[in-house]
Design a protein around this ligand. Structure first.
Ligand code: SF4
Length: 388
């Protein structure tokens, strides 16, 4: 077994591309989830062989990386020897800079003391744990494989194995969930002092069992105004507890614990995605792989690229994305990113400041908490002069 390789020092921390690997396997499917994954452990060997071919196709155009994020799907659903092979393959193929952030997504039901130690030995220094809720009834409704006690044991095991950067994912806004119940899960998560928290509002993803339930009026999501109030209450509580609310759904215990990898997505730093359904961005072009393990493997076995969709972004599209994504973060956007400094833009920005949705911070325009909630509408207002 080898660790992910440490190579030459980074040129400028955070500015190098990020590497993402999509592990397209889960042990079971959660009814609300729109991410691509299959329950098919038999395909792991073929997928790994195809992934090696895809890595080989990409290596010369993409080095070095300063983040490596193994997500999914459920990476912890991989057999131990498959995860070792995956780490060795990344190590062999790519240059990953000294001090790179290396994240592994794990399901609490898969964590044991031995596996947690293995993940550390493989060089992962950050785990993102899909706990979603600390309430048993909610976990059952979400179709999760674990219960609250397993979640707690998993967090203890990960700490004991030496993970100094632990992120907890929560899903909120379940039908009928009161603010108190939301805060109860949050409180239980905080008892483990996570360095990072992602708190997502439940959304209805197309073609999922939840979407069919909602269409058949068997489930009803929360009223958007109540969800917005709960989001504000969550943010206020976490700020009071020392967390930096740095993106709409993400909180870090200090700037050093922000997700450097995910921050690349919000600041348009290039990233390479490997695996079925993975997305990549070169700084100008964007492409995504086929959402099918067999099609992905077949393409690579025939020495073809497994790409399903690609597009070249225009200057206008890039500007839109930079502004819309930037306003979802507490760093906001620079005046340069906003555009030409015309009087019209200045007037629109001043209008947002007057409404309490944004504020100036040096040469940046940053959203207030209320502004973060309506980041898309603010971007439309700034760039096109309208909110719709
Ligand atoms: S939420 Fe996670 S474990 Fe559940 S189906 Fe989606 S990727 Fe798999």
């Amino acid at each position: 077994m080898t660790r992910l390789r440490a190579e030459a020092a980074p040129e400028a921390p955070g500015s190098q591309p990020g590497l993402y690997v999509h592990v397209p396997f889960c042990r079971s499917k959660c009814p609300y989830c729109g991410f691509y994954s299959v329950v098919d452990p038999e395909s792991q060997d073929r997928w790994l062989a195809a992934l090696e071919l895809e890595a080989g196709q990409s290596r010369s155009a993409w080095q070095p990386f300063d983040t490596c994020y193994v997500g999914g799907g459920t990476p912890s659903a991989l057999a131990d020897d498959a995860l070792v092979r995956l780490s060795e393959l990344l190590d062999r193929t790519f240059s990953i800079s000294t001090g790179a952030e290396r994240t592994l997504e794990v399901n609490p039901a898969d964590v044991t003391p031995g596996r947690a130690r293995l993940w550390r030995e493989l060089g992962f220094d950050r785990v993102s744990v899909g706990i979603q809720s600390f309430r048993a009834t909610e976990l059952r409704w979400l179709g999760r494989r674990h219960d609250p006690d397993q979640a707690a044991r998993a967090l203890d095991d990960l700490r004991a194995a030496g993970f100094g950067s632990v992120g907890i994912d929560l899903v909120q806004g379940l039908p009928g969930q009161s603010l108190n119940k939301r805060l109860e899960s949050l409180e239980r998560a905080l008892a483990f002092d996570p360095e990072h928290l992602s708190v997502y509002e439940l959304t209805v993803e197309p073609n999922t069992p939840l979407a069919r339930e909602v269409a058949a009026c068997r489930s009803e999501l929360q009223d958007p105004d109540l969800a917005a109030d709960a989001w504000l209450a969550t943010s206020e509580e976490l700020s009071r507890r020392g967390y930096d609310h740095y993106e709409v759904s993400n909180y870090a215990r200090g700037e050093g614990h922000r997700s450097r990898h995910n921050s690349k997505y919000w600041t348009l730093v290039p990233y390479l995605g490997l695996g079925p359904a993975a997305h990549s961005f070169s700084g100008r072009a964007r492409w995504s792989n086929v959402r099918s393990v067999p099609d992905y493997c077949r393409a690579l076995e025939y020495a073809e690229k497994p790409i399903e969709h690609e597009e070249e972004l225009s200057d206008e599209q890039l500007r839109w994305e930079r502004v819309a994504l930037g306003l979802r973060t507490s760093d906001g956007i620079t005046k340069n990113e906003l555009g030409d400094g015309s009087e019209e833009l200045e007037t629109r920005a001043a209008g947002l400041v007057d409404q309490g949705l944004a504020k100036h911070a040096g040469d940046r325009l940053v959203p207030t908490l209320r502004g973060m909630l309506v980041a898309d509408a603010m971007a439309r207002c700034l760039l096109f002069g309208s909110k719709s």
